[in-house]
Design a protein around this ligand. Structure first.
Ligand SMILES: *[C@@H]1O[C@H](CO)[C@@H](O)[C@H](O)[C@H]1NC(C)=O
Ligand SMILES: *[C@@H]1O[C@H](CO)[C@@H](O)[C@H](O)[C@H]1NC(C)=O
Ligand SMILES: *[C@@H]1O[C@H](CO)[C@@H](O)[C@H](O)[C@H]1NC(C)=O
Ligand SMILES: *[C@@H]1O[C@H](CO)[C@@H](O)[C@H](O)[C@H]1NC(C)=O
Length: 358
């Protein structure tokens, strides 16, 4: 009896050590970008009009809205689950909690800085009160500067960057003619991402994953654009997306050359999603064109949850949840591909390999 007690006592003592040693390589994920990753920052920013903090957002997994722009988990959430760590809190939520005393410290499993509606260009959707990626970077920088993040954790942490869809979508809006041609616009975007990457490196980041844009020209919201076809994807926009993605991959390839000790990985989300569209049934999709939740042409004219919206029976069968964003099912498939995929999907190494690199 006493022996048994001793054994279970020792087990309960050693368990925390076991857990921390198996995950010590990757204690944290820091996330920057737009609505693909936003887990509630905009919700905690009362000044921001890009919101998904009302039903039926979140209805399939959390069973309440969280500010995520989908029916469940995002790619950052799935990768965290694969790693066995908790979901990252929105920076603004953590900041409020630390300020009001309900938390002592910022979380140790990373922080999510992403803000829906933001782009890599500072002007993108500024009138919505979004947090630009440059300000997201400043928020991280301040935490590092004030020692509110353990500096020893940074080099081992994963840095996720995904942004640019809003810049490219806005390029085709009927108002405000862009002053740059598509190539120059894409170069201006890439210059910003390069700068963000450099600043993160200077702050200690060593494992940096940059995710390509998906086929933005296929989102149901293209029905809002006067020049876009609705019976097929808007390939003119997709061409611009592919140019941006190509530049992004060159940037990733240059990371270990320009920044000694750093590893960059490029996730080809564009190719993953196009694959879903070409053989939908193989991935469990019955609809890869329409939004599950919304209204009007392609379900792309009204945001999910806004007055007059309709919702599909089975979101699991749809590629798109709302006018701009994938369903949780789509995110799950993308996450699995990024986690353990071949070099055609994520290169030079997949996320599970990256994490097992000492
Ligand atoms: C403090 O902030 C947290 C996070 O927003 C919130 O859940 C909590 O209710 C707040 N507590 C007080 C006492 O205001
Ligand atoms: C709120 O958003 C507006 C734009 O909608 C911006 O001009 C203003 O500076 C923002 N205020 C704060 C406190 O962030
Ligand atoms: C790069 O980013 C930093 C910090 O956000 C900023 O101060 C600097 O002006 C940027 N440089 C360029 C060339 O945009
Ligand atoms: C990707 O991940 C899987 C599972 O961790 C691994 O077995 C495989 O070798 C990796 N593939 C590549 C090409 O890195």
């Amino acid at each position: 009896m006493e022996k048994l007690f001793l054994v279970s006592f020792l087990l309960s003592l050693s368990l925390p050590f076991l857990v921390s040693s198996s995950s010590h390589n990757v204690p944290a994920i820091f996330i920057f970008g737009d609505s693909i990753f936003d887990a509630g920052n905009n919700h905690f920013n009362k000044n921001c009009s890009a919101q998904a903090d009302f039903p039926p957002y979140g209805s399939s997994f959390f069973h309440h809205p969280t500010g995520r722009f989908t029916n469940g988990r995002t790619v950052a959430d799935f990768i965290s689950q694969f790693l066995g760590i908790e979901f990252q809190k929105p920076f603004l939520e953590a900041q409020i909690a630390v300020a009001n005393g309900s938390r002592k410290d910022f979380p140790s499993n990373g922080i999510n800085f992403a803000s829906a509606g933001s782009g890599v260009l500072q002007a993108t959707n500024q009138d919505w009160g979004v947090t630009t990626i440059q300000v997201q970077l400043q928020q991280f920088q301040e935490l590092v500067g004030k020692n509110q993040i353990d500096k020893a954790v940074i080099p081992k942490s994963l840095f996720f960057i995904e942004s640019g869809s809003n810049d490219i979508f806005n390029y085709y809006l009927p108002y405000g003619t862009p002053s740059l041609n598509p190539d120059a616009y894409v170069q201006a975007m890439l210059a910003q991402v390069a700068n963000v990457t450099e600043q993160l490196y200077k702050l200690g980041a060593r494992r940096i994953a940059l995710f390509s844009l998906g086929p933005v020209g296929c989102v149901p919201a293209r029905a809002l654009l006067p020049d876009a076809p609705t019976n097929q994807c808007f390939e003119k926009m997709n061409l611009m997306v592919q140019k941006y993605n190509k530049g992004l991959e060159s940037l990733v390839t240059s990371i270990p050359v320009k920044y000694p000790g750093a590893v960059g990985v490029y996730g080809a989300v564009y190719d993953i999603v196009r694959r879903f569209q070409s053989v939908p049934a193989r991935y469990g999709f019955s609809d890869v064109n329409n939004a599950c939740c919304g209204d009007g042409t392609l379900g792309g004219l009204i945001q999910c949850g806004r007055e007059g919206y309709k919702i599909c029976q089975n979101p699991e069968k749809y590629l798109f949840w709302d006018y701009f964003h994938p369903t949780e099912h789509t995110y799950k498939l993308i996450s699995k591909a990024l986690w353990a995929g071949k070099t055609s999907i994520i290169r030079p190494v997949n996320l599970s390999t990256l994490l097992n690199t000492p």
